[in-house]
Structure formats: structure tokens, C-alpha cells
Design a protein around this ligand. Sequence first.
Ligand code: GLC
Ligand code: CA
Length: 558
Amino acid sequence: MADAWWKQSVVYQIYPRSFKDSNGDGIGDLNGITEKLDYLKELGIDVIWLSPVYESPNDDNGYDISNYRGIMKEFGTMEDYDRMLSAAHERGIKIVMDLVVNHTSDEHPWFVESRKSEDNPYRDYYIWREGKDGKEPNNWESCFSGPAWEYDKETDMYYLHLFSKKQPDLNWDNPKVRDEVFDMMDWWCKKGIDGFRMDVISMISKVPGLPDGELNEKGYGDFGPYVCNGPHVHEYLQEMNRRVLSKYDLLTVGECSGVTVEEAKKYANNAGTELSMVFQFEHMDLDGGESMKWCDRKINLVELKETLSKWQEELYQKAWNSLYWCNHDQPRIVSRLGNPSEEYREVSAKMLGTCLHMMQGTPYIYQGEELGMTNVPFEKLEDFRDIESIHAYEEFVGKGLIQPEDMMYYLRYKSRDNARTPMQWDDSENAGFTTGNPWIMVNPNYREINAKEQLSREDSVFHYYQKLIRLRKEYPVIVQGRYSLLLPEDERLYVYQRALDGQILLVICNFTDREVSYKVPEELKGREKKVLISNYSRETADDSVALKAYEAVVLLYE
Ligand code: GLC
Ligand code: CA
């Protein structure tokens, strides 16, 4: 486990719908991905995590699966998939599939059967309950607004859906469900895939009795304490590990809403009895507010350092971290923690990349992050496609909890659609993503921000990310070194060290648009060092450094 390949790897996430359209229907597809593998090879990544490509009615863009062994028609065929898989493997790139098994689509044949009658053999594949006084069985709110229960008149009962009503939750307490899921996983492993990213896997085991949750401003209850890291989750993952994962050499990463470091030590334990690593949310939740994420609060640097440092320190030699700023559920990081202005966009994107990539763990890059892609100037509700954003608008505005203009502003800042507009390949129409009509608007800044321009320019964000990836492969201290935080209370700088066998890596990042001076720690003064990477082409650094706006510099003391 100490030198597992996934500890040395950098992962690139593809959201297929928005990556590259090969046939002009406005929707990205598998052949589009195959076309762009050389681009990813050039970037230097080792693994692709593919957001879902399975058959789906697309209520939640593929996170509602109606056939786990079939490819979504819009994305191509199983032959296209196989071609992509072998083309990736030929280039030394591994493929990790998204595994969405907390729920299926309501159009999955299991659910179609399940809702037919109480004695249907598939009934217990899902979570059905009687109503309470003519209302839902409990007060839980779904993640996409409204009750987490849907009434079904066929049997006069309700089914649980923690997400949309087209995403009924599977009943993991039923051993048949586990058999089905494990068989299906085994089938994909036999095809030669290299791992799974497990969607909301921390939510598969619910507390029996499904008790009411604490009420929020909208009058719904919070299911969190009864769903996240539930009573049997570790048992089920250990079973999955014994029956499937342990037979192959895989990268597994669990998306674990509500995970704490204590829980993560179990999920991602070094003995390898569950998963390789988890995605935690504590650093991404720092700008949340009362109305969930719908506010314009900024992430506070001192809190960010405290949170990330806790994960770095507490998992050290006990479990493995994942490192991310971005994914298909998060707004763009330059717009959130950096500075998207023309003057500072590139340096701040590079600074954020440095800050993350020099930490311990497996880094994840989300498509376009390597170009410093930004949030999108959506103008009106109709510009959005994401079910979460649209429902949240209806709910908060409809109930008079947030004014329409404010909600639009929050959506522009936080909506998942910020990550989902087409990848910006070049400055031709629609950013070279499609020759047709894109399924969601293209960010108008594609004429300035695009891959073609960045590939041609040596000091681009792309080439900077390429170097960050290369450094990780050249310097074991980046993979293995012990992390320690310096200046925990400083509100402008994020400074940390990594140490391995007498080598020290000093990572200095200025999170502000002002010049900030910094003195290296006493014990490093006067010591021989070199600059490993810098976003201002700094070649040397004194013991006292005047950092420019958003400057990042990494020093290696041998
Ligand atoms: C995860 C996915 C998200 C999806 C949800 C329901 O959080 O990342 O995109 O909407 O699960 O499957
Ligand atoms: Ca297409």
C-alpha cells in the first residue's frame, strides 16, 4: 500500500457532456474524449475519472442510471467505450468509472418492478414506507429541494429519494441489492477498468426507523445524522472490498458527504479493507451559510488552513487524502478563492494549483481547471440546466426566503453549472466544443481562455499544471513528505512545509492582491535551496521574500 500507484497519480475528471462533441449534436461524447486523449497525455495526468456515461434519462445528467451495463445513447455505444478504454490504456492512462449506487433512476427496471406491488420480488430493492397522517413518512428534505419522499398511488405508499424524485434510493440492507451491485462492478472490472469513484457512498446505510431530522427555515428536516456514515456503511464497503475490489488493482474514491477525519480513517484505512481514499467536504463547506450554499460568503483563509491542515496531519500514515478544489458540483476555484480579473486570473489560478498540488494526497484536476476557466456570466434562470440550481431558485424565491435578484447572484456564484459549461478548446465558434448547438451556453470568455492559446504559450496555466504534475513524479517529498503548517493565524499567506529524509519543501502562497513579505523559519535560514516552481518566474529567493500579488513559490532545501 505504501507505494500504491494511485498514491503517485494525478487524476483528471471529465464531465463527458461538456468535454468534446464529436458529431455536432451539441452534447459531448465518448468519441470526443478519445479525440482528446493526446491533450491529456501532454498534460501528464495518469488517470481519468469519467462522470457517468451509463444509460440515463438525464434528470441529473447521468447520476440517475437506468442501465448500469449500457452506454447513454447521446454519448455513443459500448464499442465507442471499448475503443476509448483501449486508446487510453495505450497511452498509459487509466480509467476510473463513476459508480452511482446509492440510488438508481426511477426508470431502472428494478424500480419499474418495485413500484408495481408490495409483493413484487423487487419491492425491497428500494425504501418504501406508509405515510404518516396523510403526509410523508418523515420530515426529511431532499438535496434538490422539497420532501425526500414521493407518494406512489399504485400501492398508496411513499419511496425515499435523497436526491430528485427520479432517483429512488436503493435499500442496501437487502442482500440481493448488494449482490446485484457487486456483480455489476465485477463486470466492469473484467472489462479492464482501473477503479471507481463512488457517488455519495457515505449515504448508503440509513439509521433504522428513519427518524425526523432537525427543522430548517424551509420547514424540512435534515437527514444528515441518520444517513451519512450510517450504521452499516463500513460493513457493506468491507463486503464490497472482499467480494470485488480486492480481486483487482484499483483506485477507489468514495464521495463522502458528512465525513469526518475519524470516519475517513476507516473508509480509507491503510490496511486497504475499504477504499483507497475519500472526498471530504469540510474545506468546500467553509463558505456555506444559513440557506445551505446559497450565499456570497467567502472562504476565510485561516479557517481553510485549519481545515486542510487537520486532514493532512490526521490522516498521515493512517489513511490517504484526496486533494481537490474543483469538480462538476463546485463553482470554478479562480472565481471562488482566486481572482478572475484579467490582471490576476492566471497568477491566482497557478497559486491555487501550487497550494493544492504540493500537499499530501492524490490531486484531482477538473476539466478546464488546467486553463484557469472561470465562473460563467449566466443572465437568467433559463440559462441554467442544473436541477439543483433550478429547484433551489424555485424553493427559496417561491417561499420568499431570498429575493430573486439575490438568488440569481448566488446562483452565478455557486451553481454547479459554472463547472458544466463546455470545455474551451479554441477561439472558434462555441469554443471548438461543438459544431452544433451546445446543450448549455459557452462561457463568452472562450476567445481569451482556451486550450489552443495556452498550448502555444509557455507561461500559460496549462504549462504550469503540466509542471506541477511532473514535479510530483520527480520528488518523492511531494508524495511522501510529512506536512506541517506555518503561520496558522496569518490572514494573507498559506505557508506549509513537507519533510522527508532531511529534505524540506517550503510552499509559500500569497492569497491576496497585495505584496506581502515573508521570512523563512530560523532553522532554514542560510541553507542551500532551489526554487522548484514559481508563478512569477522567480529564480532565487532570499530568506526574506517580498511576495507579489497571488505569488506562489516552492523552495526545496536539500
Ligand atoms: C453526487 C454527484 C452529484 C449528484 C449527486 C446525486 O453528489 O457528484 O453530481 O447530483 O451525487 O447522484
Ligand atoms: Ca455528441
